[in-house]
Design a protein around this ligand. Structure first.
Ligand SMILES: Nc1ncnc2c1ncn2[C@@H]1O[C@H](COP(=O)(O)OP(=O)(O)OP(=O)(O)O)[C@@H](O)[C@H]1O
Ligand SMILES: [Mg+2]
Length: 284
């Protein structure tokens, strides 16, 4: 049986002033309908690039994406995106930002009252009903991110693409959003691809964790199946041996197999370098 979402042999090369940069090389991923996939990998490896290709915002240099037997060539309302940096229209209120997306997807098929109820329902899900009439510059980063999530959910997309959706949230709100997302996905059976840097979040939410190698020419390194029964409870899982095995498999991939050595100058070294520069300048 062919996959519902088939990411096949994707290469992505960007032109840069120093020549071509190959971000992705031969990325392959087959996703079933209703599956929850997390993409995890070090910063800069190419996670957002993969998501943007699936969203239809970037065209792969070679290879392609087939969704439900149709090739993805451009963005479409059946694929809602929650961006890494919230992307609300600044002149519209939270309510109006969600309304715009709802009208785009449902047209006139919902009555005025139904539309209002649906927008409010989705803002309530992300605990933003108290601030629906505020504009983006009047709310915090985490609140903007929650409106972005409400907007995506309100579109009832077949595929939900989320780029670090909970990164800007405090721990409690984050836990609440993770639980709501699990409930919503269980109810609507959306197919989800979520980028995250959080190992616990990946294990808690996913059916599969797709771990990417470091770039350039990043690709899928390993795929970890998460067969923990649902509904999942974060407190019960903390003691669960299978949960802890999966968690340590992801950590091993990130910090042993794909260890990334970044040289960050320490304060002492920077000071020494500055005083060398000073004495060089003095003696010049
Ligand atoms: N438009 C572009 N032009 C040139 N290089 C790009 C472009 N977009 C992305 N890249 C490069 O491709 C690589 C992958 O970028 P990408 O944004 O997909 O990484 P990421 O895994 O999402 O990182 P992060 O976790 O920091 O968000 C990086 O090296 C980035 O510099
Ligand atoms: Mg990114």
């Amino acid at each position: 049986m062919s996959a519902f979402l088939d990411i096949s042999h994707i290469d992505m090369t960007f032109p840069t002033p120093k020549g071509e940069f190959t971000a992705l090389k031969d990325v392959n991923l087959q996703i079933k309908k209703g599956e929850f996939i997390s993409l995890i990998g070090h910063s800069g490896c190419g996670k957002s690039t993969v998501l943007n290709v699936v969203a239809g915002l970037h065209q792969a240099t070679s290879g392609g994406v087939i969704l439900n037997k149709k090739e993805v060539k451009q963005p479409g309302p059946e694929r809602a995106v929650v961006f890494q940096n919230h992307s609300l229209l600044p002149w519209l209120s939270a309510y109006q930002n969600v309304e715009l997306a709802v009208k785009q997807v449902f047209g006139n098929s919902k009555s005025k009252a139904e539309t209002k109820e649906w927008i409010e329902h989705n803002l309530k899900l992300v605990h933003m009903d108290h601030a629906m009439d505020k504009r983006p510059d009047e709310i915090s980063g985490g609140m903007k991110q929650r409106v972005g999530i409400a907007r995506a959910l309100a579109m009832e997309p077949e595929v939900l693409l989320m780029d670090e959706p909970f990164g800007a949230l405090d721990a409690l709100t984050r836990a609440h959003m993770q639980d709501s997302l699990m409930e919503i996905q269980n109810e609507l059976n959306n197919t989800v691809i979520m980028i995250t840097h959080d190992v616990d979040e990946a294990v808690l939410l996913s059916d599969k964790i797709v771990m990417m190698t470091n770039g350039p020419a990043a690709t899928v390194g390993e795929i970890l199946e998460v067969n923990l029964p649902r509904p999942r409870n974060r407190l019960a899982l903390a003691e669960d041996s299978e949960y802890n095995r999966l968690r340590s498999a992801v950590l091993t991939f990130l910090y042993e197999k794909q260890r990334k050595v970044e040289v960050i100058p320490t304060a002492a070294k920077t000071e020494a370098k500055n005083s060398e520069d000073d004495s060089a300048a003095a003696s010049a």
